[in-house]
Design a protein around this ligand. Structure first.
Ligand SMILES: Cc1cc2nc3c(=O)[nH]c(=O)nc-3n(C[C@H](O)[C@H](O)[C@H](O)COP(=O)(O)O)c2cc1C
Length: 283
């Protein structure tokens, strides 16, 4: 958000785990003081559990999103996440139950289908069920993250709906984010992998949208931001867990820098945040 994102989401959390009062699930819902414009994403397959879970959510979230796209087997094998793309009636029932319980807008994040494009029918069903907006990832569940996202299919969904549609898939640079917005005519773009180690993608996309050239991020700023991210992770996850979680992020931040492979090896050998900071400072 500090770098221009208009909206962000929590990690997806299990509706069932919320109803079990699972402490680790509630941990995933913590935000930093002053953070606004955050939606919570939940997954589940039972309307009454979704409704119960929403009743238990902490306040402060601007919207509630239902995950209908996660391709992970441990999720789809329970009929949750991407498996809902095979069952639009159930997906609609989840939206209806959520809308009834929620005091903020309910949205859904879908894919094009399970193994073929059935996106228009599915999205229209969600709109009728009361969804306030839809995000469409332009791949089927079977495609997982492979191949190219089908921007034409996203554009077709946009044209078929009255509610706002957010386009998602392969917006890996500011240029591509704007291209996705223009190509599909959607109301917004969601950026995922392009933000890994590169939070500047959001201000870059905003600059590009305003007709300015996105600025190059100086290396020193990349390293300072990587450190700030590490400190924030320590505050959020604690000093023991943060270094492990941050290994991959620090690798992403430093990707493409001279001798970054050696730095990655060094990060992977670090056990404490202090050691990681030393690796960055010695660079
Ligand atoms: C590591 C990782 C975690 C993800 N977690 C979620 C998630 O919790 N909920 C969700 O709706 N999508 C999740 N996604 C999918 C992305 O939101 C997005 O739909 C997908 O990566 C395509 O967009 P991109 O091409 O901009 O990466 C995740 C993707 C990745 C790579």
């Amino acid at each position: 958000m500090e770098r221009g994102a208009a909206f962000a989401y929590t990690e997806m959390v299990s509706a069932k785990a919320l109803t079990y009062k699972d402490a680790r699930t509630y941990e995933l819902l913590r935000t930093f003081p002053g953070e606004t414009h955050i939606g919570v994403q939940i997954f589940g397959s039972e309307p009454d559990i979704i409704a119960q879970a929403i009743g238990l959510l902490p306040g402060g979230f601007a919207s509630i999103d239902i995950n209908m796209g996660c391709p992970a087997k441990k999720i789809t094998s329970n009929g949750e996440g991407g498996a809902l793309m095979k069952n639009s009636a159930l997906a609609a029932a989840l939206v209806r139950a959520a809308v009834k319980e929620a005091s903020v807008p309910v949205t859904a994040k879908m894919r094009l289908g399970w193994d073929r494009n059935e996106a228009i029918d599915f999205a229209c069903t969600l709109e009728e069920a009361g969804a306030s907006a839809i995000t469409v990832h332009g791949r089927t569940v079977s495609q997982q993250y492979g191949g190219k996202a089908d921007w034409d299919a996203i554009a077709e969904v946009k044209r078929a709906l009255r509610i706002p549609v957010v386009a998602n898939g392969d917006a890996l640079s500011p240029e591509k984010a704007n291209a996705l917005l223009l190509y599909t005519g959607c109301d917004g773009v969601m950026i995922a992998r392009g933000a890994l180690g590169n939070p500047w993608i959001f201000e870059g996309a905003n600059a590009q949208y305003s007709g300015e050239a996105p600025r190059e991020t100086p290396q020193a700023e990349r390293l300072e931001t990587a450190k700030a991210h590490l400190f924030a992770a320590c505050e959020y996850y604690g000093e023991n867990r943060a270094p492990l979680i941050m290994r991959k992020h620090l690798a992403w931040y430093t990707k493409g820098m001279k001798n970054s492979a050696a730095m990655r090896v060094a990060f992977n050998a670090c056990v404490t945040a202090r050691e990681m900071v030393a690796v960055i400072n010695n660079y």
